[in-house]
Design a binder for this molecule. Structure first.
Ligand code: SDX
Length: 430
């Protein structure tokens, strides 16, 4: 990284030089590491709107241009030519694998899909109506109670075992959560199936009859996992980095990321979009709901719209919208009320001054739920599907952070606005 400098001038006229660091592409950053020591002040940026928390080689987003690159490869090209397992390798190891590397990686993932039988017993303890994300975060966190051979974050030899184990077991845990909500028996993974086929098998097979993998569904899910795989320093990835920065074991760091993803402002939005579309019900109600989304006194927001970084179309939403048409048509769905409503809502919102002025466009969550629903996945499982795709991104960032010699525990400061120093008042005098 080459360096220039910003000059910061204090109210009293004194100034200090703040180094500027340059990446390979994208905005420069101002290094404020010495600011407090030299000037006795902090920066202030709630929500980290303009704050870079780390340097990273993994994913680049240009929000103005609607660009998303995984290790430099445009997501559109990976969506067209790659597979989720190959993209997972790329995100983790930095380059596209050759044939032998891909085969070895795929085989290792296939051979780590089973859970410790003790973990399956957790599912007997959850209420029948437990939210699948509650079960996912609980059972992923419990992995640190089983896999003691991969808890030493400083032993890089353990990183690959942890990585392959958690990538392989996420769909199995997700499927067990789904089976509990469906009241059906757990289906064991099959090593002869690829990542996405195996997931469909564990979700939808039943002991009573043979299950035939739907190739359209497998292709659609594989593409959705590619599109959800990583997104630089989003809320859940930053949570994984923050939790991992204390040296906590990697399973707990990933469980923290799952908890953060669940929020409706983040990964929980795909579930919220479907519920919103069902609440809108008919195109004639669109103006009323868009008006509510613009009304500051109304907490309602147009779920699946807006983004902290994208001030243009989210490239993933564009790909998924095109996929909706293809998947629904291939599945013989001629009657597509939810998709038709979503498209009308998008058209209406994108013509509205408020959405234009605030650069609010559909994001990755706006259309994904329509495909999940068409594949027979219940709405409560949508964010779990997001987590399955995003786990490889979380793991790639955890590995990058934990192996960075400059990495330190994340510990932000604050602007204190509470009471000044005051003396204790005895109870009888209050
Ligand atoms: C994901 O960070 C990532 O990369 C996330 C993600 C990933 O891959 O990891 O891309 C996945 O989380 C996508 C986002 C899913 N969330 C939703 O769809 C929920 C609805 N969207 C909003 O809650 C909101 O747009 C956020 C949370 C996505 C972004 O919030 P910001 O960046 O803090 O923006 P903001 O809330 O400050 O909004 C700016 C303005 C505000 O109005 P003003 O205060 O300036 O008058 O736009 C308004 C907001 O009220 N606004 C909306 C809106 N989103 C923003 N108004 C109505 N409906 C919306 N959806």
């Amino acid at each position: 990284m080459s360096k220039d400098a910003f000059t910061l001038t204090r109210p009293d006229g004194k100034s200090m030089s703040l180094p500027v660091l340059k990446g390979t592409i994208g905005p420069d950053v101002i290094d404020i590491g010495q600011l407090y020591k030299d000037q006795g002040v902090f920066t202030f940026d709630p929500g980290f709107v303009a704050t870079g928390s780390c340097k990273s080689d993994i994913t680049f987003i240009d929000g103005d241009e609607g660009v998303l690159l995984y290790r430099g490869y445009p997501v559109e090209q990976l969506a067209k030519h790659s597979s989720f397992i190959e993209v997972a390798y790329l995100l983790l190891y930095g380059d596209l694998p050759d044939k032998d590397q891909l085969a070895a990686f795929d085989t290792s993932i296939r051979r780590h899909t089973m859970l410790n039988e003790g973990m399956l017993r957790f599912f007997n303890g959850f209420r029948y109506d437990a939210h699948p994300m509650a079960m996912l975060s609980a059972v992923v966190g419990s992995m640190s109670a089983y896999y003691h051979d991969t808890m030493n974050v400083n032993d890089t030899a353990q990183h690959d075992i942890f990585t392959h184990r958690i990538l392989a077991k996420l769909p199995t845990i997700a499927a067990a959560a789904y089976k509990l909500t469906a009241g059906q028996p757990f289906i064991y993974p099959r090593n002869d199936l690829n990542y996405t086929e195996n997931m469909l098998h564990m979700f939808f097979a039943v002991p009573a009859e043979p299950y035939e993998i739907n190739s359209i569904a497998a292709q659609a899910l594989d593409l959705l996992f590619i599109l959800h795989a990583d997104h630089e320093q989003n809320c859940s990835t930053s949570t994984v980095r923050m939790a991992g920065s204390s040296g906590a074991n990697p399973y707990s760091a990933i469980a923290a990321g799952i908890a953060a993803l669940w929020g409706p402002a983040h990964g929980g939005a795909n579930e919220a979009v479907l519920r919103m579309l069902e609440q809108i019900g008919d195109a004639k109600n669109i103006p009323k709901f868009v008006a509510r989304a613009k009304d500051k006194s109304d907490p309602f927001r147009l779920m699946g719209f807006g983004h902290r970084v994208y001030k243009n179309f989210d490239p993933r939403a564009t790909i998924i919208r095109e996929m909706c048409h293809k998947v629904l048509a291939q599945m013989g769905r001629t009657d597509t009320p939810l998709l038709d409503l979503a498209i009308k809502l998008e058209e209406f919102a994108l013509k509205d001054e408020y959405f234009i002025e605030k650069d609010l466009y559909p994001n990755v969550d706006f259309y994904s739920g329509i495909i999940y629903k068409a594949l027979g996945i219940p709405t409560s499982m949508f964010t779990v599907m997001f987590a399955i795709g995003r786990t490889v991104g979380w793991v790639a960032h955890w590995r990058e952070m934990i192996t960075d010699p400059a990495a330190r525990i994340s510990r932000p400061r604050q602007l204190y606005t509470g009471p000044k120093n005051r003396d204790y008042v005895a109870l009888e005098k209050r």
